[in-house]
Each structure stands twice: as structure tokens, then as C-alpha cells.
Design a protein around this ligand. Structure first.
Ligand code: 2BA
Length: 109
């Protein structure tokens, strides 16, 4: 068995969950926060047999778009006055960040 861990944009979650559950995949949704932007995103856990991993990734791909998002630079630049001025930067977030890991044991009690 494999565990697909997908970090996705909050705006993509609803249709993605609909699609996964309609195809009978079991999903757990976690509210998470990206370390770089420090804004909310969503992490989905999907436990599946190995043969279904590609299908899950395909469904994630179909439902998740990449977006341009503004952030404040984590390393402010120093101006001529020596004052540190944070400046806005644009980053491309997603479609999705996906990890696939082996599940050593799966038990339902
Ligand atoms: P964040 O850490 O908030 O990152 C948001 C976006 O900022 C990233 O989009 C990337 O475009 C940019 N970014 C991140 N770290 C950067 C850095 N050190 N320098 C310049 N730009 C940087 P994505 O790559 O699509 O990642 C979206 C979210 O997925 C991340 O949110 C994070 O929550 C998660 N993620 C991505 N890669 C990960 C990894 N290797 N391990 C754990 N979580 C990861």
C-alpha cells in the first residue's frame, strides 16, 4: 500500500475532494501552512494500493492549477539609510506538491 500526500491550494480542494471521493478513494484533509508564504494550504492524505497511485496523481493534476501569488521577501533589503525595507515578490504556487510513500502497515480497528 502507498500513501499519497498532496499539498494543494485551498481553492482547488473542493472539486478535487469531490472527484477523489466520487471515484471511491478515501481521503483525509488537513489544514496546513506553507513555510515560505506562511499562508494556508491544504494537505490531502490518500491511502491506496500501488496500482492506483498514477490514477490519484492524474486526478490531482486535473484539478489543481498553478497560481501567481504575492509574498513579502523573507530577507528585506537595506536601503541607503540603513533601514530595512521588505519588498513584494511574486511566486508561482502549485498546481500541487505530491509525495508518494510506502505504508508499512495499514490497520483499521
Ligand atoms: P510555501 O512553503 O508557502 O511555498 C509557496 C511557494 O513559494 C512555492 O510553491 C514556491 O513557488 C515558493 N517558494 C517556496 N520556498 C521558496 C524558497 N526557498 N525560495 C523561493 N521561492 C520559494 P510550491 O513549490 O508549489 O509549494 C507549495 C507549498 O507546498 C509550499 O508552500 C509548502 O507548503 C509545500 N511544499 C512544497 N515543497 C515542499 C517540500 N519539499 N517539502 C514540504 N512541503 C513542500
Amino acid at each position: 500500500m502507498k500513501l499519497v500526500i498532496a499539498i494543494v491550494h485551498d481553492e482547488d480542494v473542493h472539486p478535487l475532494l469531490e472527484d477523489l471521493t466520487a471515484k471511491k478513494f478515501r481521503v483525509t484533509k488537513l489544514a496546513t501552512t506553507g513555510g515560505f508564504l506562511k499562508s494556508g494550504n491544504t494537505t490531502l492524505l490518500v491511502g491506496v494500493e500501488g496500482e492506483y497511485v498514477d490514477q490519484v496523481i492524474e486526478i490531482i493534476k486535473e484539478n489543481c492549477q498553478s497560481r501567481e501569488q504575492m509574498a513579502t521577501s523573507p530577507t528585506p533589503v537595506s536601503g541607503a539609510t540603513g533601514v530595512f525595507i521588505p519588498y513584494p515578490i511574486e511566486v508561482t504556487v502549485g498546481g500541487a506538491t505530491v509525495f508518494v510513500v510506502d505504508v508499512e502497515k495499514y490497520v483499521k480497528l
